[in-house]
Write a new protein. Sequence first.
Length: 135
Amino acid sequence: MPISRERLFERRRASVAAARAFVVEVLRAAGVEDRVEDVRLCTSELATNALRHGSPPGRNVLVRAEVDEMRLRIEVHDAGAGRPGVRTPDDEAADGRGLFLVAHLSDDWGVSSRTGVGKAVWAEFKLVPSTPPPY
């Protein structure tokens, strides 16, 4: 049975850990054990980017997780106008690897415009079904 849940997070540092925990909670509710660490890390990177770069003070970030038999999609919605892109990691820099990691750990990712203000940055993960679908 497909599951779709979303939660708002305040613009503060502790929200990144809370977003990770929320997505893992959705995975557990759906009975998903596959790729949990990849999903956890990508959630962390997307939430960090949204909170650091995409949300002005006083604005929240929305995290949505959708799971069905074949895939998991996480979306992080923020009020920022910019369109993020993958940067080549700099070995000397302490940051700048987030979307590089998301691009390499997820099966697909992208940026979608929202109605009004902001964007949604998303990542999708193919899941191994626990039982083969009937044909």
